[in-house]
Design a protein around this ligand. Structure first.
Ligand code: NAP
Length: 285
């Protein structure tokens, strides 16, 4: 199955989340596609009836699954909930996509890796998640890969931020209005990824996705940084005057262990689909 131009109806799950909202904003630039936005109330990925109703009502050519259990720390104590959505929901969605010959683009995460690498992670590196969230997301990836006749792309991304939903950028801007001083971790390395850029990359992939190039892909913006440097840049571009102190991971304990190194090698997605990767800081301004 190739998603040629005559096939262009896209159903986006998790439509009220951060990435789902980025799709809504980006769609005006991609008028060749007809987009259907399904919030959790319209399409619950844990309910086969709900998925099937949405498929029958809209008959999409492709489903982009942005729905997920994304509360990384809460997942440590809500394992069943995380797996219900990130593994079982994904399995249901993928199974129904295969039955109805619908392609699936699914979003995964850098948290499938243990963060001990010193070079960017390529897709072929064996995952080794250290958190319930990361393990549940990996289980979802494997559920998709189990299905032989499904055309799919699993896109792992990192450090998503945007003007929408909950994310580090918005938290910093809020704290910048509430405090004079803040401490931010400076020993975890990653690449912030604007949700809008990921949505655009996915729109670019859709007409080119076919069974022969199905697989796992990495996508982030460019420019390696730390949360501390990211915070400093956010305050600078937002013209917020606040003292920012660099601290170590040990000084900021969290329920879920964060990867120290989250850099994804994105060569494969560029070579296969020609997507663009702006520098994260260019987008802040
Ligand atoms: N955020 C990051 O930094 C980051 C980094 C790497 C990868 N990712 C991945 O990127 C994807 C998008 O993340 P995001 O930041 O957009 O997450 P998000 O803002 O938390 O959005 C997830 C959406 O899924 C919805 N949802 C929850 N349960 C559902 C269900 N049973 N059926 C259908 N929808 C359901 C949520 O609705 P409610 O809010 O109403 O529950 C929410 O609108 C996820 O797969 C995530 O794992 C995120």
């Amino acid at each position: 199955m190739r998603l040629a131009n005559s096939h262009k109806k896209i159903l986006i799950t998790g439509a009220n989340g951060q990435l789902g909202t980025a799709f809504k904003v980006a769609q005006s630039h991609y008028t060749a596609f007809e987009c259907v936005f399904a919030s959790k109330e319209v399409l619950d990925v844990t309910s086969p009836i709900s998925i099937e109703n949405a498929i029958q009502a809209h008959q999409p050519d492709i489903i982009v699954n942005t729905a997920a259990y994304t509360a990384v720390d809460a997942a440590e104590t809500h394992e069943v909930d995380a797996y219900r959505l990130n593994q079982e929901g994904v399995r249901l969605l993928a199974t129904l996509c295969a039955s109805y010959k619908i392609a699936l683009i699914h979003i995964s995460t850098d948290y499938v890796f243990d963060g001990t690498s010193t070079i960017p992670y390529v897709e072929e590196i064996t995952p080794n998640p250290q958190t319930v969230y990361g393990k549940s997301k990996l289980a979802g990836e494997l559920a998709i890969q189990d299905i032989d006749d499904l055309t799919y792309a699993i896109i792992r991304t990192s450090w998503l931020y945007s003007d929408y939903g909950q994310n580090f950028y918005k938290t910093m801007v809020r704290l910048g209005t509430e405090r004079d001083e803040i401490s931010v971790v400076n020993d975890q390395h990653g690449i912030p990824t604007l949700a809008d850029d990921l949505a655009k990359a996915i729109f670019k992939m859709i007409p080119q996705l076919e069974h022969s190039n199905r697989g796992v892909y990495h996508y982030s913006n460019t420019g390696i940084t730390t949360w501390y440097a990211f915070a400093k840049a956010i305050f600078k571009h937002s013209k917020i005057d606040i003292k920012v102190n660099p601290i170590s991971t040990n000084e900021y304990p969290t329920a879920a262990k964060r990867p120290m190194y989250s850099i994804l090698n994105c060569t494969k997605i560029i070579e296969n689909f020609g997507v663009s990767r702006p520098h994260w800081e260019d987008k802040l301004s």
